[in-house]
Design a protein around this ligand. Structure first.
Ligand code: GN1
Ligand code: MG
Length: 379
């Protein structure tokens, strides 16, 4: 995509409400789905940066619905900040740059959907947590994000990807991918397929009917929170494509599997992949510190299990994509999705070995959170 971006950029500059001329650009971030570019625009008054992003319409079949969700969510977050709501203190949120026709996206060549955000200066994303305080801040940011959206007015958000965290369906998709064996890779993946089969009870382990529906982020990787470069504080939750109705367990589990890992997500040496319990503790404290008085008993009770379920879910998604010939996630080399799957499964196995310690950590974090019991009785 990046090679073709030069030719797109002129059209984007014309069709979005930009100031000045594009003078420089580079690809941005490490997402597996969309194409993202940061562009410097300059005029006589100075320069500023915008982020142009092409929405992957193979993944997001209804990009207009995605943009409708995002615009409503961002309006609501901005309103919280304007009202000086303490839950928004110190945070910012993404700002959409409109197109000149007033919409919040532009369509190029009939089927390329592009959106534009103002660049957030002085902030960065990290793929792995260097310190516990980064993890605590990111977890608190996701917790505050969920709470701020609890009173979003208007109709239910669109399901931008139906069944996104339906682990049972993800397991059925894996079984279909094994049967179809489209890329002829199943025979070589016997160990990964066996591991997935041996843990298949996780596919039905979350009792959704016992949990309140919330507005959740659904892609709570560590690198979807921007941190202030100077202070390391979490300042903005990004990557809002999958914000939709869900359960808080999806967000907590995804946060843990992405941040509390001793290696990169695509570590080729699966033996090196472990749960980092110090980071896990920081995540638990950060998240429960801002949500404990809001979550239900059932939600709190499910937090530990959610880590295993979501790690399993992403593992089987990577494996399914590998078996299907790498058509969903971007890959850098042919075995990439298989390596990712093995790393998730290794993380899952270590979580299962560490279950008692994780439960103790959650209990401790809950005990130190601001008076959850009283609020829960009052509800
Ligand atoms: C994708 O693009 P990125 O990295 O933010 C994926 C997530 C996975 C993640 C695995 C819409 O997110 O569900 O957890 O890769 N997003 C979508 O790294 O499928
Ligand atoms: Mg992302």
């Amino acid at each position: 995509m990046s090679g073709a971006f030069d030719s797109r950029l002129r059209m984007l500059a014309r069709q979005f409400a930009t100031h000045g001329e594009p003078v420089d650009w580079s690809p941005l971030g490490s997402g597996h789905i969309n194409d993202t570019f940061v562009v410097t625009y300059a005029d006589s008054g100075g320069s500023s940066k915008l982020v142009h992003q092409r929405i992957n319409t193979d993944v997001f079949g209804d990009p207009v619905a995605v943009m409708d969700n995002i615009a409503r969510v961002l309006d609501h977050l901005a309103a919280k900040r304007r009202a000086d709501d303490p839950i928004a203190a110190g945070m910012t949120s993404l700002e959409l740059v409109p197109a000149i026709d007033g919409r919040n996206f532009v369509v190029l060549d009939g089927d390329e959907y592009w959106r534009t955000y103002a660049h957030i200066d002085g902030a960065e994303t990290i793929d792995t947590a260097a310190t516990a305080s980064q993890a605590r801040g990111a977890a608190a940011a996701y917790g505050r994000f969920q709470r701020m959206l609890a009173d979003l007015p208007g109709p239910r958000l669109h399901e931008s990807i139906p069944g996104f965290h339906d682990t049972e369906r993800r397991y059925a998709d894996l079984c279909a991918a094994i049967d179809e064996d489209r890329a002829g890779r199943a025979a070589a993946c016997r160990a990964e397929i066996a591991l997935a089969g041996s843990r298949s009870q996780l596919a039905t382990a979350i009792e959704r009917s016992a949990l309140p529906e919330r507005i959740t982020h659904n892609d709570t990787k560590l690198n979807n929170v921007m941190l202030d470069v100077a202070t390391g504080e979490a300042v903005c939750v990004i990557d809002l494509d999958t914000v939709m109705p869900g359960t808080v367990l999806y967000d907590f589990g995804d946060m843990v599997r992405s941040a509390a890992i001793t290696t990169a997500e695509d570590e080729p040496d699966a033996d090196a992949v472990r749960i980092d319990l110090d980071i896990f503790e920081a995540l638990a404290h950060g998240y429960l510190g801002v949500t404990a008085d809001w979550l239900t008993e059932a939600e709190i009770a499910g937090l530990g299990l959610s880590c295993e379920v979501i790690t399993y879910e992403i593992g089987i998604r990577f494996l399914s994509d590998y078996l299907g010939g790498d058509r969903y996630f971007k890959t850098a080399y042919p075995e990439h999705n298989r390596v990712r799957a093995r790393a998730q499964f290794a993380l899952l196995e270590d979580m299962q070995r560490s279950r008692d310690r994780m439960t103790a950590i959650l209990d401790r974090a809950l005990g130190q959170a601001p008076d959850p019991g009283r609020q829960r009785l009052a509800r």
